[in-house]
Each structure stands twice: as C-alpha cells, then as structure tokens.
Design a binder for this molecule. Structure first.
Ligand code: ARG
Length: 443
C-alpha cells in the first residue's frame, strides 16, 4: 500500500511551491483571527527554516510520509511542535496540491518560454548569415523551387513563436488560486481567498470550489503545448538528420554535436538530433497519459490525479533538454552552401519561373504556359540538359514564346530574387522578416 500510495519521490519537486503556499495560508488565517499571531509567526519561521534545509540538502524521501505536504508538515512539527498542527486549519491537501501544482506549471511555462526564445534568437542569427544563400526548396521531399536558407530557418522562428503564444495563454489561464476550496466544498472558516491569491501572484481565486480541486486543464494545456513544441523540434531535428546525410550533404555537424561509431571510424552521427526526434514520443505520451487519467474521473478529487505530476514533470524535462540541444545545434551547424546552391538548380526547379515569364512577358494564359513548360522539361530531360540550357531551336520548336531571353531568366538567383511577395523568399524580404522577428523578440 505504501509503495503504490506514496508520491513523495515525484512530488518532492513541488517543495518550494508547497512552502510558499503554506506561508501565504498561515499569514491569511492569522490575519483572519483563525490562529494567533504568535502561532503564525512560529509556523512561518519554521517553514522558512525548512526551505533552507531543503535547498541545502534536498527533500528527504520517506514513503511513510506519503507526499510533499505531509513531509513539510511533519518536519514543521519536529521544529516548532504543537502549533504545526494548526497550519492545516481550513485547508485540505486537495486545494493544497492544486495550488502548488499551478504555481509550478506557471514557472515551467516561463522557463520553456525562455528556451523557445533562445532557439528563436539562434535561428534568427543563422538566418541573417544566410539571407542570400540559395538552397533547394522541397515539396514531397522533391526539389520544388529554389529558396533562401534564411527563409527556411525563419519558418521555424514562426513555429516557435506560436508555441510561445500557447505557453503564454496557458500561464495566463491557469493563474487563479484554488487555495481555500478546502476538500471540495469550501470551508466554514472566514477565509480571505483574495489575500492568499494575491500573495501567491494569482490574478484571483477560482470561483467554484468543486472545480478548483478537480480541474487539471492547466496541466493538460501545458502537456498539449509542450507536445506541439516537441513536434516542431522533431521536424527541425529530422531536417538536421537528412541534411547531414552524405547524399544531401547540406550540413556538417560539429564534433560537439555528433558521435562516432564503435566500428566505423569515419562516422559522424547526428545522435542528438535523433534523440530530440525520438523524445517527442515521450512528450506526446505525457499528454496522452494525463488525458486518460482525467477523462473518466467523476468530480471531485480521486487519487488517480496524483499521477498528473509525472506527466508534466517528464514533459517539462524532455522539452527543456530538447530545446537546449537543438539550440546548440542550430548555433554551430556548418552549412554547406555550395552544395545547397548546386542542388538548388536540380529537378528543373525554375520551371515555374519559365511559366510565370511566359504569362508576364508573352501574355500566355497560365494553364497553357504550364503545358508548354512541361514539354520543355520533357525535352531537356531527353537531352540531358538543364532547362536554361535548352537549345534555342529546340525551345522554339515547342513554342515561339520560349525565346533565349525567357531561358536566360531561369537562374536560381533570378528565381529567388523575383519572389518578393510578402512572406516570400527573396533576400530583401528575408531581411525585412529578420528585422521584424528581432523586434518581436525584444518586445
Ligand atoms: N499527494 C496527493 C496528490 O498529489 C495530494 C492530495 C491528496 N488528497 C487526498 N484526498 N488523498 O494528489
């Protein structure tokens, strides 16, 4: 029973929040005349001492004390004796754990935000270096159209920006205090829930005591937001893995972010990227696990809820580590721009540019232009040449509008420079986007 029932090995991570919430509660019940000022002072001093002890030596794990709440209270009893027993007046572990956990998740949101901001800064710096570097853009992992590397990297800055928005929303929505809901029904003591809410930095007390002790939306939102961020990191990690492979050769991993093989001396494996990609499984699993725990629970508290913390702590740890690892990789990847540039022209990547040219310069309807260019691609393929190298006579035989001037417009540089629409890949647009991203980061 003790082994399945105890949560202290996991919830000891809540010790700072638990002590802060207890100090706020003690001060409030003293101000409300529920306990004496003298008892409150001794409780507060005892709790401060415990905080010092735990900070210095860690939290002692004794399964007999079940959880962090009992661990703190039992130590308080050892230190101050009888008044320790008055701390739990007008409170239950149900509102206590909900309060502690909200405080913890609030801090976790801020820490993840800092990690997301750091990877954004790293991506922006690399994007600036490569605002003009040309690489193949892909759809279906087939070369589609040339793009700039800076533009590609900035796509991730957008993703991580939305992730930050999700964590900010979650932190704002969770910021209501369950404290004072007691076991589930509220209490007959004259509590000042506004006072404890304010003391702990909450915007207000939660309005319904039954909801206050039952709700775990905030933990679900954290795990959901973390899952989406992990999916983004996994896509970036997957690109690093592909780009670092020899057939691509787009990047070289620095030694610090690669590992060797025990048998093949030449190997430089992208292990960290692969682990980030795989770790997304843990994060998605955390959301899944918590959803399943909560979905069938009648109101209010059931002990199933005790397992909520493992999901959130695990998700936090995995995401914080993945962010740090990907940031380090982004900062130090060596981009093989020559290789990217060479492959950017492959696969007739400027075929769309020829179609656009025929529309713009020769008044050909786009559908016809598409057809004409298809024939040009086919003929180039047969001759084994790039589109821009199609002999003028061959081009003219397909359609009179496919002049040498048209073919000259098909360099990847011209293609990229022409994509000046808002949000497009032209270097001048990329530089504007970098400035905007920097400004947003500094806000
Ligand atoms: N350790 C418990 C948890 O994390 C604290 C709440 C216990 N409440 C109860 N009614 N047994 O959920």
């Amino acid at each position: 029973m003790q082994e399945i029932n105890a949560s202290i090995p996991v919830d000891k991570r809540l010790w700072e929040e638990d002590i802060a919430a207890s100090r706020a509660h003690a001060a409030m019940i003293s101000a409300a005349g529920i306990i004496t000022a003298d008892d409150a002072a001794r409780i507060d001093a005892g709790l401060a001492q415990i905080a010092g002890e735990f900070a210095a030596n860690g939290v002692p794990v004794d399964l007999a004390l079940e959880d962090i709440h009992m661990t703190v209270e039992s130590r308080l009893k050892e230190i101050i004796g009888e008044p320790a027993g008055r701390l739990h007046t007008a409170r239950s572990r149900n509102d206590q754990v909900a309060t502690d956990f909200r405080l913890w998740v609030r801090t976790a949101c801020a820490r993840i935000d800092a990690g997301l901001k750091a990877i954004q800064a790293a991506l922006i710096a690399r994007a600036e270096e490569h605002a003009d570097s040309i690489m193949p853009g892909f759809t279906h992992l087939q070369v589609a159209q040339p793009v700039t590397l800076g533009h590609h990297l900035l796509a991730y800055v957008e993703m991580f920006g939305r992730d930050r928005g999700r964590f900010a929303d979650a932190a704002k929505r969770l910021n209501e205090s369950p404290l004072g809901a007691a076991a589930l029904a509220g209490t007959s003591f004259p509590l000042d829930r506004n006072a404890t809410a304010a003391a702990l930095g909450f915007d207000r007390p939660m309005a319904n005591s039954i909801d206050a002790v039952s709700d775990r939306d905030f933990a679900l939102e954290f795990c959901a937001s973390a899952s989406i961020a992990a999916i983004h990191l996994s896509r970036l990690a997957e690109e690093v893995v592909i780009w670092a492979s020899q057939p691509f050769g787009f990047v070289q991993l620095p030694d610090a972010w690669s590992t060797g093989s025990s048998i093949m001396p030449q190997k430089r494996n992208p292990d960290a990227a692969e682990l980030v990609r795989g770790r997304a499984g843990l994060l998605l699993g955390a959301f899944q696990r918590l959803s399943v725990i909560v979905k069938g629970l009648p109101l209010t508290y059931s002990k199933d809820l005790q397992d909520d913390k493992e999901s959130v702590f695990g998700a936090f740890d995995a995401l914080a580590l993945s962010l740090a690892a990907m940031t380090g990789m982004v900062e130090t990847l060596v981009f093989r721009t020559d290789r990217m540039r060479a492959l950017a022209a492959s696969g007739f990547s400027t075929a769309t540019d020829l179609a656009d040219w025929l529309v713009r310069e020769a008044g050909v309807p786009f559908r016809d232009a598409h057809h004409i260019v298809g024939a040009c691609v086919k003929r180039s393929e047969e001759l084994g040449v790039e589109l821009s190298a199609l002999p003028p006579a061959e081009a003219a035989a397909i359609h009179a509008a496919v002049t040498p001037a048209a073919l000259a417009a098909l360099t990847v540089e011209a293609s990229v420079a022409s994509r000046t629409s808002y949000g497009g890949t032209a270097p001048e647009r990329v530089r504007q986007a970098i400035a905007a991203a920097r400004a947003a980061l500094e806000e």
